[in-house]
Ligand binder design. Structure first.
Ligand SMILES: Cc1cc2nc3c(=O)[nH]c(=O)nc-3n(C[C@H](O)[C@H](O)[C@H](O)COP(=O)(O)OP(=O)(O)OC[C@H]3O[C@@H](n4cnc5c(N)ncnc54)[C@H](O)[C@@H]3O)c2cc1C
Length: 458
């Protein structure tokens, strides 16, 4: 017999994680013919959290993610269910051309194992070391390893600084020496286990049509015509009155079910509660319920990132491609720049291009002490130097994320195990969001979907 589902579930946090959990719970309950009341409790007057798109002077600017990769299927499925499937768009061909900064110049990023092993970005010794990766034995049963240690072990120190470092910057703007390889790149870690070598796995993947034989264009960047915020808006519309904005939850209390307390002294009750707020806020609201649980959650750190969006006349920008990343060893002000108008149509008014430059991250946090004007000036100077973009921008927008992306440091998996252990003492309490099992939109949606299924007992 199917498990009885809770009658009322509170979801704290209306970012993509909270909205997707709420939407999926309602969908599953409807499917089972059960009635379920869901309330999404969001602190801000708007939904979406970091995943928002702003329109300004004819430009469409993403505040955080500009898309997802189809491989996982989770975000595509959610878009279809939320009614925005027809707005799904794929990035143009230019998205296949990516660059990195090497010795102060933009250079094409190798696209295949062969290009990697023969890249003249590496010294001869560096190339030989990469070619030997196929013969490096896979680590079996080893302790959690940092991304940098993994890179050095398999590809050598030079390729780690040149290629693994930007991979980390692109994924989460973190410090490869501190981040856990298996927590940040679980799919790559699995490839080492199954193929014994990443190069062998990539070669096998290319032969088989890469990691998505069943998913067309699995590696293509995908978005919505109106920007990523459109997904959160669609979920909000679908959830209707179930979304309550403008109330900050300060405490979660257990009393048979759960009672949450808002900053203004009011409360809401439910049989179950899903906390989908970022780790620091989640830790604060759970501290009086379970101090050990709260301390584990609160120990998950975040970096800070600013997005500097600039709109240039199109004749000023020659680079055709996805964008570029600056490895840490280049000591650049910026982390990297995305050429948004090369990816998706409708991101700028006619005759203009839109760039988004990321600044800060774990290792360049001090750059964010600059004022917005100073950020724009420094970014413009570097775009002039690296990409020869000399024109004055018609649009400047700075979006700051003081707690941008969760950093899964070495020991993250063990921490998740301890968190799950504590949660077992609190039936009806669930955690989801970018702090735990993946920071990407795909990962957040997949974890939200899995969480919804657990709440409903599917
Ligand atoms: C600059 C940047 C670029 C990125 N680029 C990409 C990318 O290209 N691709 C990709 O896949 N991912 C990217 N990401 C990551 C992705 O955007 C995030 O991981 C994801 O949006 C996080 O969603 P979330 O719902 O878990 O958290 P959030 O978006 O942080 O949502 C949490 C919500 O909880 C609310 N909240 C907080 N405290 C309380 C409280 N006390 N009471 C009630 N509500 C509360 C917040 O207001 C917020 O709405 C990027 C992130 C950043 C910052």
């Amino acid at each position: 017999m199917a498990q009885r589902i809770p009658q009322k579930v509170l979801v704290v946090g209306g970012g993509i994680s909270g909205l997707a959990t709420a939407f999926e719970m309602q969908r599953l309950a409807r499917e089972r013919g059960e009635s379920l009341i869901v309330e999404v409790l969001e602190a801000e007057p708007w939904v979406g959290g970091k995943l928002r798109s702003r329109r300004h002077e004819g430009f469409l600017i993403e505040e955080s993610a500009n898309g997802w990769l189809r491989a996982s299927g989770a975000t595509d499925a959610l878009c279809e269910a939320a009614g925005v499937g027809p707005s799904i768009v794929q990035a143009g061909e230019a998205a296949g051309h990516r660059y990195l900064v090497a010795k102060g110049k933009l250079r094409a990023l190798p696209q295949s194992p062969f290009q990697l092993a023969t890249s003249d970005l590496l010294s001869l010794a560096g190339r030989v070391r990469v070619a030997k990766e196929r013969f490096v034995p896979a680590a079996v049963g080893q302790d959690d390893e940092s991304v940098a240690a993994f890179g050095r072990r398999r590809f050598g120190p030079e390729a780690t600084e040149l290629f693994i470092d930007p991979l980390v910057t692109g994924a989460c703007a973190g410090d490869p020496e501190r981040l856990s390889f298996s927590a940040c790149f679980p799919k790559l870690a699995a490839l080492e286990r199954t193929h014994g070598s990443l190069i062998k796995a990539m070669m096998a993947g290319r032969k088989a049509g890469v990691d998505g034989a069943s998913v067309p264009d699995a590696r293509r960047l995908t978005s919505l015509t109106g920007g990523m915020g459109g997904l959160c808006e669609a979920l909000r519309s679908a959830l209707g009155d179930s979304v309550r904005c403008g109330g900050r939850v300060v405490r979660v209390e257990r009393m048979g079910g759960y009672r949450v307390h808002f900053a203004d002294g009011t409360t809401a009750v439910g049989d179950a509660v899903v906390v989908a707020a970022p780790a620091e806020a989640a830790a604060r609201m759970l501290a009086s319920l379970d101090d050990s649980l709260a301390r584990e959650i609160g120990a998950i750190s975040y970096n800070a990132v600013a997005v500097v969006a600039l709109g240039f006349p199109e004749e000023a920008v020659k680079l055709k491609g996805f964008g570029f990343i600056a490895p840490h060893r280049e000591r650049r002000f910026m982390l990297g720049t995305l050429f948004e108008t090369n990816l998706f149509a409708g991101r700028a008014k006619a005759g203009y291009v839109l760039t988004r430059t990321m600044v800060g991250g774990t290792r360049r946090r001090e750059a964010l002490e600059a004022t917005d004007d100073e950020l724009v000036t420094s970014v413009r100077n570097e775009l002039a130097d690296l990409a020869n973009i000399l024109a004055r921008p018609a649009l400047t927008q700075v979006i700051r994320h003081p707690r941008a992306i969760a950093q899964y440091e070495v020991g993250h998996a063990a921490r998740l195990g301890r968190i799950d252990g504590r949660l077992a003492n609190h039936p009806g309490l669930y955690l989801t969001g970018g702090a735990y099992r993946g920071v990407s939109v795909n990962d957040c949606v997949a974890d939200a979907t899995a969480t919804a299924r657990r709440v409903i007992g599917v």
